[in-house]
Write a new protein. Structure first.
Length: 78
C-alpha cells in the first residue's frame, strides 16, 4: 500500500513539474519579444516534428510483435 501512495505522489509531482516547465518555456521563449518570430516558428516546427516522430515510432513499436500470430480454430486465413 505504501508503494501505491509513493507512486501516486510521484505522478502528481511529475505532472506539476511538467506544467511548470511548459509555463517557463512559453513565458521565457514564446512571449519574449527579443527573440525573432522566425526562430519561434522554427522551434514550433521542430517540436511538432519531434512529437510526430515519437508518435510514429510508438505506433510502430506497438504493432511490432516478436510473438507468433494467433491462428483461428481452422488455421490461418488466406
Amino acid at each position: 500500500m505504501g508503494w501505491v501512495i509513493i507512486g501516486i505522489l510521484a505522478v502528481v509531482y511529475l505532472l506539476i513539474r511538467f506544467v511548470q516547465m511548459g509555463h517557463f518555456i512559453v513565458v521565457r521563449f514564446f512571449l519574449n519579444s527579443a527573440i525573432a518570430l522566425s526562430i519561434k516558428a522554427v522551434a514550433v516546427v521542430l517540436i511538432v516534428l519531434a512529437i510526430w516522430g515519437i508518435w510514429r515510432w510508438w505506433r510502430w513499436y506497438l504493432h511490432k510483435s516478436d510473438a507468433p500470430k494467433r491462428e483461428g480454430i481452422n488455421g490461418p486465413r488466406g
